[in-house]
Design a protein around this ligand. Structure first.
Ligand SMILES: O=C([C@H](O)CO)[C@H](O)[C@H](O)COP(=O)(O)O
Length: 210
């Protein structure tokens, strides 16, 4: 069954915990967004795991160097999954994966900014990534002409386990899963909704209906 990941791009631990409490029944993976971790520090990971020990807690570190060291910090804080950038060198990605193995946890490689996301996804899967995030970041989404269809098409030909992040919402989540993504990542579609629980529930139901 495909998973639903909420990307919490709020800025305080309090707001993140309040959101997670509302939507937890519908979510498999709780992502602490990069801006949130930068604002609150790694302690937000510990707080979220303590509040939701039954969920996978995802620390979106977007590590670019010192892969083993940074991943180790997040795993020690309670993360189940951490991100390292696909744009980083193989040694950085391998270092993060080494830390993941030491903790019995996983590393997700984020392809934000990578020109050939499918090729890099295949390369880093061979290195031992848990799965690869086909990702168009917030700035790319706000660029004229952006369409999530690019990521959906890439997922269909990746041939390795991928998630999709970059504007997932209720109108495209079924296509995301039909393309073969094992995880749909939704940020603004949940935290920006008037009723986040209803939005998360609708996404969950759309995923389960595929
Ligand atoms: O990873 C993200 C971004 O780089 C900011 O941290 C987002 O969480 C990701 O793009 C998903 O968010 P939405 O596009 O709002 O669904």
């Amino acid at each position: 069954m495909a998973k639903l990941q909420v990307a919490i791009d709020l800025l305080t631990t309090k707001d993140a915990l309040e959101l997670a409490a509302k939507i937890a029944p519908y979510i498999d993976i709780i992502e602490l967004g990069t801006p949130l971790i930068k604002n609150e520090g790694i302690a937000v990971v510990t707080a979220m795991k303590a509040a939701h020990p039954d969920k996978l807690v995802f620390a979106d570190l977007k590590t670019m160097d010192a892969g083993e060291l940074e991943a180790d910090i997040a795993f020690k804080a309670g993360a189940d999954l951490v991100t390292v950038l696909g744009a980083a060198g193989d040694a950085t990605i391998a270092g993060a994966i080494k830390a993941g193995k030491a903790h019995g946890k996983g590393v997700v490689v984020d392809t934000i900014g990578v020109a050939d996301r499918v090729k890099r996804a295949q390369e880093v899967t061979a290195l031992g990534a848990e799965f690869v995030e086909l990702h168009a970041g917030l700035d790319e989404q706000w660029t004229e002409g952006y369409s999530i269809q690019v990521l959906i098409d890439e997922a269909a030909r990746a041939g390795v386990p991928v998630s999709i992040a970059g504007g997932v919402n209720i109108s495209n989540v079924a296509d995301v899963i039909k393309a073969g993504a094992i995880v749909a990542v939704a940020g603004a579609a949940i935290y920006g909704a008037e009723d986040p629980a209803a939005a998360a529930k609708a996404l969950r139901e759309a995923i389960d209906a595929v």
